[in-house]
Ligand binder design. Structure first.
Ligand code: HEM
Length: 223
């Protein structure tokens, strides 16, 4: 088991599994967030229902934290391994072939930006200003107000749009990698899997991007 995990195949497998946990979460998160396009009250009621279910919330947070940790550690170890492998390959062939890990180098670049995005995102929303509101007689956190407050600022909207586009690229390649790591990337299905990755990435990134854009142009609460 330990031998498998420390092998490069094992680390790719763990990256795939941990990536799947996040892929599932962000799809549900994006869908749930769409309620902000319908009404602030609906968004708050939805958020309140989620945070009121403590076992679900803790299980989700623990799974996300664990998966993020595994994903980042494996990414760092695999990137280091790739770099060392490339160095020794260049040493053998000085006029060397093109770097084989080109895609994963880019995965490391957008992955790092996405990590910064996630940290800043949690600081802004989860641990950001606490407002309260009442929806249908129930007192709850006014997250919609916080979202409207932040997405009035062009620099925040710009940062979100750029990060979410990068997330889209990360997901496109990530879906393909998951199939590859699990040994399911049969050449016959490769074009279909490639398309599946693009569709998933466009739906998730596009869905998320619609939220700051909508709020930015909606101007004020309730409009
Ligand atoms: C326009 C895009 C997004 C909006 C408006 C948004 C909004 C929010 C809000 C308001 C919260 C706080 C919920 C609460 O404390 O009850 C939250 C939590 C969170 N968001 Fe986002 N989010 C967006 C995109 C993303 C993306 C792209 C990711 C990941 C790549 C992400 C990951 C998270 C995580 C991990 C949490 C904490 C969940 C928890 O504590 O259980 N979000 N988001």
């Amino acid at each position: 088991m330990i031998k498998f995990i420390s092998s490069s195949v094992g680390k790719k497998y763990l990256m795939g599994l941990s990536g799947l946990v996040w892929a599932g979460f962000i799809f549900v998160h994006m869908l749930g967030n769409m309620t902000i396009l319908i009404s602030p009250d609906l968004y708050n009621a939805y958020g309140h229902a989620i945070v009121s279910n403590k076992p679900l919330l803790f299980a989700t947070e623990a799974a996300l934290l664990g998966a993020l940790f595994v994903h980042v550690i494996c990414a760092v170890l695999l990137t280091k391994g790739n770099q060392e492998a490339r160095k020794s390959r260049y040493a053998a062939t000085p006029n060397g072939a093109k770097a084989p890990a080109f895609a994963s180098q880019w995965m490391a670049v957008h992955g790092s930006i996405i990590l910064i995005f996630i940290i800043s995102h949690l600081l802004t929303f989860k641990y950001g200003n606490y407002y309260e509101t009442t929806v249908n007689g129930v007192n709850m956190r006014d997250l919609a107000r916080l979202i409207y407050e932040n997405f009035q600022l062009p620099q925040v909207v710009g940062w979100y749009v750029i990060s979410l586009i990068l997330l889209g690229f990360h997901l496109t390649h990530g879906v393909r990698s998951i199939f590859q790591s699990f040994g399911l990337l049969h050449p016959a299905y490769q074009p279909v899997i490639q398309k599946l990755g693009v569709v998933y990435a466009v739906v998730v990134a596009g869905g998320f991007i619609s939220q700051p854009i909508f709020v930015f142009f909606a101007k004020s609460l309730g409009s």
